[in-house]
Design a protein around this ligand. Structure first.
Ligand code: SF4
Ligand code: SF4
Length: 188
């Protein structure tokens, strides 16, 4: 798709504009239901409704450099709550990808490690397998070695065992149909 215009002052490219329409950004009427339901607004510098507003106005410099896109945990609460079916979580992912392409460093490198691990997991299995995601993330972020060094890995192992006993952490990934289709979609 290509990075946005150099200096980030320009408008989105026509194909990016098209995606913004598919994500239904123009339908936003600023009711703020997305922001009111978001569990991590306390750490954001722009609220989800403000991000959508700025995307609608083509303010690339504001949205690609804000912390919000990296704080977003892709929980999709906002998308579910939106009365106009604006895919706010999808917009956040789209902006993350644009920021990466434009070479903008995320404020917290571990967030990028998580984002990339999450996408890889979807690409490989068609859905997230928590065990696989954690392995990828721990290796990518360097947390595995840090935790091995300070011994805190055993706290994680113990929590993992407790979650497994409660049936909250599956041992094996579920297989889904049409993985090839998802892979092709993600490449696109
Ligand atoms: S919930 Fe939907 S319509 Fe309301 S502010 Fe958020 S994106 Fe806009
Ligand atoms: S997907 Fe992101 S912006 Fe939306 S509610 Fe979840 S954390 Fe907030």
């Amino acid at each position: 798709m290509g990075p946005p215009d150099k200096g980030m002052k320009g408008k989105f490219h026509p194909e990016q504009e098209e995606l913004i329409k598919i994500l239904k950004v123009p339908a936003c009427y600023q009711c703020k239901r997305c922001t009111n339901g978001c569990p991590v607004t306390f750490a954001m510098d722009l609220y989800p409704d403000q991000v959508i507003r700025r995307v609608g106005m083509g303010q690339l410099d504001k949205v690609l450099t804000c912390r919000t896109i990296w704080i977003c945990s892709s929980c999709e609460t906002c998308t579910t709550r939106c009365p106009n079916e604006v895919d706010i979580a999808g917009v956040m992912d789209f902006l993350k990808e644009l920021a990466i392409e434009a070479g903008i460093e995320p404020p917290e490198p571990r967030t990028l490690a998580f984002h990339e691990s999450f996408l890889k997991e979807i690409q490989k299995r068609g859905r997230v397998f928590e065990g696989g995601l954690m392995q990828r993330y721990m290796l990518k972020s360097g947390d595995l070695f840090a935790k091995l060094r300070d011994g805190s890995i055993w706290d994680d192992v113990s929590m993992g065992i407790r979650l497994m006993k409660k049936g909250r952490l599956p041992l094996l990934p579920e297989r889904i149909k049409d993985r090839k289709e998802i892979r092709e979609l993600m490449q696109k």
